[in-house]
Design a protein around this ligand. Structure first.
Ligand SMILES: [Zn+2]
Length: 63
C-alpha cells in the first residue's frame, strides 16, 4: 500500500489526500474531481489523477 499524494499548488509541499492504494489499483482507477483539505495552506484543493503520485509507506517515515 502507498499513500496517494498531491503537491499543494500554493506551497508546493506534499499533501496526503487521505487515500491509500497499491500501484496497480492506482494505475487502473479513475480519479477525477477529488478534493482534499490541505493542511499546508488550509484551503480545499480539487485534484485529478494526473496531479497525484504515490508515496510508499517505507519512504514516509518522518521524525
Ligand atoms: Zn494547499
Amino acid at each position: 500500500m502507498a499513500r496517494v499524494m498531491i503537491a499543494c499548488p500554493d506551497t508546493g509541499k506534499p499533501v496526503y489526500t487521505g487515500m491509500s492504494c497499491d500501484e496497480v489499483t492506482f494505475e487502473t482507477s479513475q480519479l477525477t474531481d477529488k478534493s482534499v483539505l490541505c493542511p499546508e495552506c488550509g484551503q480545499v484543493h480539487t485534484w485529478n489523477k494526473q496531479d497525484a503520485y504515490l508515496e510508499s509507506e517505507e519512504d514516509a517515515h518522518q521524525p
